[in-house]
Design a protein around this ligand. Structure first.
Ligand SMILES: CC(C)(COP(=O)(O)OP(=O)(O)OC[C@H]1O[C@@H](n2cnc3c(N)ncnc32)[C@H](O)[C@@H]1OP(=O)(O)O)[C@@H](O)C(=O)NCCC(=O)NCCS
Length: 177
């Protein structure tokens, strides 16, 4: 299967909303997501569209879709963006049956290329739940370096938890900008 990654369009954002709202409580727990903190679908979609209409330098987030043979496979979001400096990324293969087959690591590399290029980043962070093995292994495979494990609330959808902090520096990224 050929994987491609590109910026998500407005009409594709339902993939993100469905993913979180259709996740089991157990899966959300693995992700470190508090279901009571999810925005309503309408407000979430509206926020995404409003943000996408802003110049890239002023974006609060950048979302990319992962495609396998041109069909949706997963997505990555980036937030905590300091344009020209740094951002944080997240990673998801939507269908559990398609996880652990090598697509995630490849799509993370391609997503990182887009974030470095579009946001002119010097460094890109990711902070998965420390007990969630798949993203931790995937980030290492994709070229991220381990920094530390610590307790924090990593984002607005999350509860307080142990996370591992990973970083990719610009020179380690495939596309140098
Ligand atoms: C995290 C995720 C995107 C990784 O994508 P993926 O396609 O499953 O990962 P890959 O198949 O490319 O595997 C990459 C590495 O992780 C390892 N890995 C993947 N899933 C694993 C699992 N469940 N347990 C142990 N190792 C796992 C693979 O063995 C591989 O490492 P190796 O080649 O060094 O052995 C995907 O598993 C996923 O969507 N999980 C649910 C969502 C999630 O937890 N997101 C993280 C939120 S921050």
């Amino acid at each position: 299967m050929t994987t491609t990654v590109r910026e998500m369009t407005d009409s594709e954002f339902g993939i993100v909303i469905d993913y979180f709202f259709k996740s089991t409580p157990e899966h959300l727990e693995t992700l470190g997501v508090d279901p009571t903190r999810l925005p309503t679908p309408d407000s979430w979609r509206e926020r995404f569209q409003r943000d996408r209409a802003r110049p890239i330098e002023q974006r609060a987030s950048l979302v990319v879709i992962w495609l396998g043979d041109n069909q949706p496979l997963g997505f990555s979001t980036s937030d905590k963006i300091a344009y020209g400096e740094q951002a944080n990324m997240h990673l998801h293969v939507v269908d559990p049956e398609r996880r652990n087959r090598g697509y995630g690591a490849e799509c993370v590399r391609q997503s990182a290329d887009i974030y470095f290029e579009r946001l002119k980043l010097k460094r890109l962070f990711c902070e998965p739940n420390a007990f969630n093995v798949a993203p931790n292994r995937t980030l290492q495979k994709a070229g991220f370096k381990y920094l530390k494990t610590h307790m924090t609330v990593p984002g607005p959808l999350n509860f307080h938890q142990a996370v591992t902090r990973w970083v990719m520096e610009r020179q380690a990224c495939g596309r140098k900008n």
